[in-house]
Design a protein around this ligand. Structure first.
Ligand code: HEC
Length: 109
């Protein structure tokens, strides 16, 4: 194999490996942005995603895809709860992904 094609192969392998390593983070939400947004949720769901009383669900450690679906369902009207609808009405899809990534990353208690 010629030196130039070996270099090309190495570059390709690096690109593929880099892609594999970054895909999960590229698709999932941004934890820091989610944490910042989650301040608005902490009054009921707790600062650490564990609800402040038994009347509210815990979100810590919940499945990320489930959280995305639940938040969007409140926002888009498939799931009905007046409180939650008001809480998430103005969230963008990116906000939802970020919040879901953040709450699912917290330890389940
Ligand atoms: C004023 C209290 C309150 C605040 C603040 C609040 N929630 Fe909720 N949340 C609730 C209640 C009550 C429910 C249960 C509603 C129901 O019965 O569907 C709920 C349900 C949820 C669920 C569904 C949980 C499950 O197990 O299905 C998610 C996800 C959620 N909230 C996310 C959020 C996010 C994200 C925020 C901040 C943007 C937020 N909530 C702010 C009270 C609140």
């Amino acid at each position: 194999m010629q030196r130039s094609s070996r270099m090309y192969l190495a570059a390709r392998m690096t690109a593929v490996l880099y892609g594999l390593l970054t895909i999960p983070y590229g698709v999932a939400g941004d934890l820091a942005a989610g944490k910042a947004r989650a301040v608005a949720c902490s009054g009921c769901h707790g600062a650490d995603g564990v609800a402040i009383t038994q009347n509210f669900p815990n979100l810590a450690g919940q499945n990320e895809a489930y959280l995305v679906g639940a938040i969007q369902a409140y926002r888009d009207g498939q799931r009905h709860d007046p409180t939650m609808k008001a809480m998430v009405a103005s969230l963008s899809n990116d906000d939802v992904l970020n919040l879901a990534a953040y709450f699912s990353s917290l330890p389940w208690k």
